[in-house]
Design a protein. Structure first.
Lengths: 345, 345
DNA sequence: CTGAAAGCGCTTACAG
DNA sequence: CTGAAAGCGCTTACAG
């Protein structure tokens, strides 16, 4: 048996292997493996000897070798655009914890929304041999994801969906939430509405605009002008500037995210407009700070934590071989009326 | 050679291996490995045949097997408390990208600041055989990290340091930033100052309090009362309540993070206090929203992105075998005067 | 420049 | 209940 002194001497001593444990316990590596994994019955005495050796040597199984031998890595790949949006980082946190509970680790791939990056990230994760994928920021057309789907690879999307229908997805009721927002604004008497949106190739953006316009149509009002942006910092600020220079200035603006709403407000305030007096603003997401007394942003609340949690569940089931439902699962999105729309408290 | 039709038929077809490529190209796996890694000269004709086979078969190297064979994983472990704090998620993003540039992947371990969790996370990452560790949220005493250090394992800390000195660290000038904050408040004529702090076992908290008190001492004022919290949501709200019930109410409060400052403001505003008229508030971090016209929080700006970037650099050097400096590297922390302290614009 | 072979640290049929 | 051995998919001395 290796003397404990040896470990102290070497700096980064070569890690203890299952072989070392087997020798110390006087058994085969197969037996050590069995007590480690509870994969087959082992006599109480043998088990005790092995466990002693394990703790005496501070043995730490090598997960890389394990993955190699098992042919699966117990790893899921989570693909997100970035972590600057609190919405994304919250989702990441939920996914990591959810996966961990089932013994899965998660590798985070940041796709930075540049075209081509998503394919690159998938390639990268495929080399790591992840057992499945979670996409939180897919665009409507995403060939690389569709290729995965075609191969029958375990894939679950959340938040944003693909154009093509048959894929496991969990999102929120963007349409309904936006309709409620529009109706509230209409009820307040607004006649000139506008929307500041993200890119038109995102399902969330499309659905939020559609829901919003549908409400106007139902009220026999003309469609609201839509200003599309790339969701870059500063985009909504500029959008607001643009909208206020038009002939028919909006009296109410709906932004497809809270961050955009906050930026739009920033422009308005910087230019001596009163919110909500001169301009009503409604966002979407209900980030933590939306409720702050200095903000009190009217917005549509969606429960990202639950979306992410459901998405991992689905993925884990798919990886486990279960037949995963192909229908979309939609969580509710509720209007939260606060101050910035003028009708709230 | 495997017919392409075969791939289409199977659902998740067994991935192509280096063996398949070697066969298709009529060479040994050693040769394929050489062209893949440019690890040894290969004749142009052979190389061409191998490359054709690779693209024809859409071969994707197995990183798990690679790690196994090489004895190193090209992976770093990043340990953070959580991702809800934008400060943390920004750091995570920087680290992931920085590591990727050098061909390293990063596994994120969330330590949720419960005692014992850090050791668990380290254990988990050690099993994955990460090549080094990055800690962004260490507490002053962290036996598990110290054990790593003692073993000579590549470790770099950022943001918060350990009590023990000899460890690679990059942080910011918490002391100087807080001194500046205190001096500004003193210059504004405040006599009754208080601080809302995080846990006392965090280097950032200790240094920020020390810097703050030092300024008061230099001005021959008595030390400010410190209210310690656990950095949980709601903690600063309650702290503010407590402080305002005391005999000697503070006219100015310094919070050790912007989130805490915002919560303190929330309590004050909820209870009809005017900011900064009735109460001046200063934070620390300078999160994005601190600059919003509806907030305009006076705060101490620290450049987390650079901290994180420097930390990965250091770690990568350490993993590469370079002797890494043991001294702390401190980035500047600058006071940003805005509205909430009463002296700004 | 190229190949045969050993080895990385596990798991898992296969025998007994 | 236990062990000997093959195998997971690569890389890397070692020969030639």
């Amino acid at each position: 048996m290796r003397s404990p002194r040896l470990q102290g001497e070497a700096r980064i001593s070569a890690p203890i292997t299952i072989e070392d444990v087997a020798q110390a316990a006087g058994v085969s590596t197969a037996t050590v493996s069995r007590v480690l994994n509870h994969s087959a019955p082992v006599s109480p005495e043998t088990r005790a000897r092995v466990e002693d050796a394990i703790s005496y040597l501070s043995y730490r199984p090598n997960d890389v070798a394990r993955s190699m031998a098992r042919g699966r890595t117990a790893t899921i790949g989570l693909v997100l655009d970035d972590l600057t949006n609190p919405f994304n980082s919250q989702a990441a946190e939920i996914v990591i914890h959810g996966a961990e509970k089932s013994g899965f680790r998660t590798i985070l791939g940041l796709a930075a929304s540049q075209s081509g990056r998503c394919a690159q990230v998938i390639e990268f994760l495929l080399r790591q041999r992840v057992d499945g994928f979670l996409f939180g920021q897919a665009r409507l057309e995403e060939p690389a994801i569709e290729a995965l789907l075609d191969r029958g690879f375990p894939v679950v999307l959340f938040n944003r969906r693909l154009h093509r229908a048959r894929a496991s997805f969990v999102g929120c009721d963007n349409y309904g939430g936006s309709t409620a927002a529009a109706n509230h604004l209409i009820g307040l008497g607004h006649q000139s509405l506008a929307v500041i949106a993200g890119p038109a190739n995102l399902s969330t953006v499309v659905e939020r605009i559609d829901g919003f316009q549908a409400a106007l149509r139902a009220a026999r009002m003309q469609a609201a002008p839509v200003f599309y942006t790339q969701y870059h910092p500063g985009d909504a600020y500029n959008a607001m500037k643009e909208l206020l220079q038009r002939d028919r200035k909006p009296t109410a603006v709906f932004a497809t995210t809270d961050f955009m709403a906050l930026e739009a407000i920033q422009y308005a305030v910087d230019h001596q407009l009163e919110i909500p007096g001169d301009l009503a603003v409604v966002g979407f997401d209900d980030i933590t700070l939306a409720a702050h007394p200095w903000i009190r942003l009217t917005t549509v609340a969606q429960h990202i934590a639950e979306q992410a949690a459901r998405a991992v569940e689905r993925l884990l089931e798919a990886i486990g071989g279960k037949q995963v439902p192909r229908e979309a699962e939609l969580l509710p999105a509720e209007l939260v009326v606060r101050r910035t729309c003028g009708g709230g408290r």
